[in-house]
Design a protein around this ligand. Sequence first.
Ligand code: PLP
Length: 423
Amino acid sequence: MSKLLQEIDKSLIWHPFTPLEGGIAPLVVTKGEGAYLYTEDGRKILDAVSSWWVNIHGHAQPDIALAIADQAMKLEQVIFAGFTHEPAIRVAESLLALLPDKFSKVFYSDDGSTSVEVAIKLALQYWHNLGTPKKRLIAIEGAYHGDTFGAMAVGDRGGFTAPFGSLLFDVDFIPFPTEQNKDQAFERLNELTATGEVAAFIFEPLVQGAGGMNMYSVGILDELMSIARRNKVICIADEVMTGFGRTGTIFATDQTTHKPDLMCMSKGITGGFLPLGVTAVADFIVEAFATADLSKTFFHGHSFTANPLACAAAIASMKLLLDESCLRQRQMIERSHRAFAGKIGGDARVKDVRVTGTILALDINTGDTSYFNDIRTKVMPFFLERNILIRPLGNVIYVLPPYVITEEELQRVYEAIEDFLGA
Ligand SMILES: *Cc1c(COP(=O)(O)O)cnc(C)c1O
């Protein structure tokens, strides 16, 4: 049966980020429960990456499943222009209650990429509506903001974007700020933003995800936002990966003194059940659109904007997230990560090991750091043989588990990583 399904899959389906030839056949998953995925051929696989960072409370979490089922029996979807519904209103209320006071509205979309597109378009149209158009955008080297065109444009230019390079609009990139080169990054940001031509500065707060789990400090992020603010540039925090508890606080920018003006959320928001994107908007930006004038209206929307099922899932997920027991789990994960990082920190095969909140990342010493290196093809099969799902980013191995993972299960993952280093 499994073989048959895999053959049909191979002939009919094009998978994301996957070459059409040469890879291993995808595993057929029939069930998920807690931190585990169950495959059709009887395997039980520990999901150490929260299924691409979305599944924060574990698979098939029953409260969320029931909330969706309940909502589906009442209202599955409704056009969101001229109509509204309680789940969308409740999600907005609970998100805005968690965000700084400066945020006054949310705009719904479909996923992380569209939440970024909305933020970019809102920032550009803000300046347009004020009658002082600004067109430049600034991002950080190594950034990943999604795979649609606007999101690609503000992302790092590399192998993934090469075929589209000439079609992406111009963006200025500042160096990724480390403790060593942060002054250059500050200087560059100041230089670029002082021109008065910059509409917005977009960044992944504290951790760049797809770029290789690159981490930088709260102090650096605060200084970057402070420079942008001083030069009247809109700050867009892309919290698509970092949001919903991933970095220790509910949002990464909860840790900074300066706050962003636009905030993109997705991934963990529904607990990994359904896609949903949210862009939170600061009041001064809302103000620039607060008119009946159609030339200043934000003409943007998606068919499934604020889908009631996704909103119902988000409400249930948020309730779990804010529970004391979830906080204790996240603290346990961070403690375990730090202990393991301390243990392997001196290992010659590890170039760097780092932890932010529930994310552990380590660079394997290979010499070649590109995504297309050879480690990539070895890591996934190695861990899958041990029934652990770990998917590297180039030579970066990372653990980004669902918050329900136990201490023992984490130890299993760490031991497998040590085995890999020894192999
Ligand atoms: C995954 C990701 C996105 C894109 O989200 P999708 O839901 O995959 O479109 C954008 N920004 C960041 C920081 C991400 O990690």
